[in-house]
Design a protein around this ligand. Structure first.
Ligand code: HEM
Length: 412
């Protein structure tokens, strides 16, 4: 019986692989490392199959990051074995996980895993339990935090500039006026200051909270490289480059490209609309006076059977602040149904539906609309994680740049 140690924290492992209880008893956690006991010939076979891909020399130490990646894949495979029984499903999962894991381990720009290992080892647990306790009393904090992170990263990079209070700050600008969940970040920051004062940035807290929000809504988690510093500049005028719900696909693609994100990232990240709600004011224009080509005056890309439902939710001259699910029928679960809704003309925002009507992005959205036993749902989850790691590293400040704020709402 061989024993293989894996230099990875339990929290990171769970973030990659999700529910650890599916692992079975072949794994042990102790002395700070996760170890795998190779008991069965099938496990050994899988390991060798992976090694045969020339990704890793069998003699390399398990403390080598590459070896770690391999073994994480292997362990994730155990989890997926429990969920997916067909060999082709398993192969597909392995293909998805290789680039994801490769990316998260090697391409984080300036941020890294284990950044707080010595200075604040419980950072992830503290953030997770804080988000979880708020989520339990108000599940709408999950979409709120995810959106807040996106709005932070697109303006001045992921540096918590969105959290700063005051006139003419980003927070006060029109596109950010409905953001919520600031109290969750403040709560986590207070707890972290009590545990390890002056160490953890608000930018890292928000990044972790966004990941935890996806996991809490049953999405695929991912390990978050850390070490962001907080920015000292927050200007309302900088928010102009945030995408608007009326933007054409060309403009959306350009705005994402300006941040180093491609069309695949755009479609995948907007899939974040699989959770949460939008207020009527952001799409009521589509329901009544949008077009002269339709008898109803509605946007012709809306499914005619869906239009009466939307009109009932958002009556003409009604309350523009009333909120409607962005992913009809599944607003609390992080799954791929958002893309199926787009396919069926049931997108809520104009910018959402255009992802399907414009051929430039439809081919990407189509990849997430398959129906084979939830497999494409998983694909979306994994691709979302990959694009989030990219987004969470936009313009990060590290090293001696920026500062570690004492409170998240003000510069020091
Ligand atoms: C073209 C890009 C995007 C546009 C135009 C857009 C626009 C919007 C609008 C208008 C709302 C409704 C806000 C409200 O009524 O409170 C919204 C909500 C939301 N957005 Fe986006 N968004 C975009 C991309 C993204 C991305 C990249 C993410 C995350 C990675 C995201 C996550 C969310 C979430 C989770 C909500 C629900 C918020 C809640 O329930 O409080 N969005 N978005």
């Amino acid at each position: 019986m061989a024993m293989q140690a894996v230099g990875m924290s339990w929290a990171d492992f769970r973030a990659v692989c999700g529910n650890a209880s599916l692992l079975g008893e072949g794994f042990k956690f102790g002395n700070g490392v996760l170890a795998m006991v190779i008991r069965k010939s099938t496990e050994s076979k899988v390991l060798h199959e992976i090694l045969d891909m020339n990704f890793l020399n069998a003699e390399q130490s398990a403390s080598d990051p590459k070896a770690t990646r391999i073994l994480v894949v292997l362990m994730c495979k155990h989890e997926f074995d429990a969920r997916y029984q067909k060999p082709e499903d398993k192969l597909y999962i392995a293909q998805l996980y290789f680039p994801l894991i490769g990316q998260v381990f090697s391409q984080a720009q300036g941020t890294r895993f284990g950044f707080y290992a010595r200075t604040c080892p419980n950072v992830e647990t503290i953030v997770r339990s804080t988000v979880q306790s708020h989520f339990q009393s108000d599940p709408t904090v999950a979409p709120a935090l995810l959106r807040m992170h996106f709005h932070d990263c697109f303006v001045q990079g992921c540096d918590a500039s969105i959290l700063i209070n005051g006139p003419n700050t980003e927070k006060s600008a029109f596109p950010n006026r409905l953001l919520r969940g600031f109290d969750v970040i403040d709560d986590a920051k207070n707890k972290l200051e009590a545990a390890c004062a002056g160490v953890v940035s608000c930018a890292d807290i928000l990044t972790l909270a966004a990941r935890d929000s996806v996991a809490l809504t049953k999405g695929v988690g991912w390990p978050v490289p850390l070490g962001r510093r907080d920015g000292t500049v927050s200007l309302a005028s900088d928010t102009d480059n945030l995408p608007a719900f009326t933007d054409s696909i060309q403009v959306q693609v350009q705005k994402f490209a300006d941040k180093g994100l491609n069309a695949q990232d755009l479609v995948t990240l907007v899939g974040g609309h699989t959770i949460g709600t939008a207020s009527c004011q952001f799409f009521i224009n589509r329901l009544y006076n949008f077009s002269t080509t339709t008898a109803t005056g509605a946007d012709p890309t809306i499914d005619p059977a869906f239009l009466p439902q939307l009109r009932a939710l958002c009556p003409q001259n009604g309350d523009g602040s009333r909120r409607v699910a962005l992913d009809t029928g599944s607003q609390n679960t992080f799954d791929d149904s958002y893309f199926k809704n787009l396919k069926n003309g049931r997108g809520i925002l104009e910018s959402d539906q255009k992802l399907w009507t414009d051929p430039a992005t439809r081919t990407i959205a189509q990849r997430y609309t398959g129906t084979i036993r939830g497999l494409f749902g998983l694909r979306f989850g994994v691709e979302f994680a990959r694009s989030m790691v990219k987004m969470s590293n936009i313009g990060v400040k590290t090293g001696s740049q920026g500062e570690i704020r004492r409170v998240c709402t003000a510069v020091n």
